[in-house]
Design a protein around this ligand. Sequence first.
Ligand code: NI
Length: 259
Amino acid sequence: MIFETHAHYDDKRFEKDRDRLIASLPEQGVAKVINVGADFQGCQDSIALSEQYQYVYAAVGIHPENIEELPGSYEWIRENISHKKVVAVGEIGLDYYWEKDAQKQKEQRAGFIKQLQIAKEASLPVIIHSRDAAADTFEIIKNEAAGRITGVVHCYSYSKEYALEYVKMGYYIGIGGVVTFKNAKKLKETAAAVDLEHILLETDCPYMAPEPYRGKRNDSTLLKYVAEEIAKIKQISVQEVIEQTAHNADKLFLSERRK
Ligand code: NI
């Protein structure tokens, strides 16, 4: 059974069929889901979904693009981190693709470090969003978090060399629909280079639908196409990909929580 480690079912694109879709996941081969907050409202919605469904867990954190929301939600996040269904701090990180302003990028770095601190205090893993900010993300993780907290680099988009460095620090590489795209040479190389023991399956739905659904609304049931592609790259069975990645996610998110 699939463990979906990164969904946004609070997104308005699921408004019409959210409950029917989430309720149908177990019968479609998806056993567990982490719904990831990206803004303050998303954090609250993620916890609400985790309370509604036994197999849905929540991550709370403020995405770099929404970092101006952090001062107003910081205390709430710190308090709610102890909720029994909250399994990670995320998604947090840096996004220099959408944010080119140097001062704003500096605010992203400060907000990222502050939220890593929350994860450290709570002994929770982190879900990292990083785009066009490879060096700064790596340096912050290395300085602030290596050896103390672990987590996943979600929607991984950097080189295989960086991926192997993250793995050395105990981090996981989150792989989703992009790996099925014909032009995703770099990510396919990463999927080949990183041991299956350090890979997690994730959609980032409603975004990033895999082939043959590229451009359409994504959901956790389409993770089978991601698993198929990884199996092809690694020349192993799809079942092995699904089982090992689910085991990885259990280890990172569900055993950490019970420490
Ligand atoms: Ni996301």
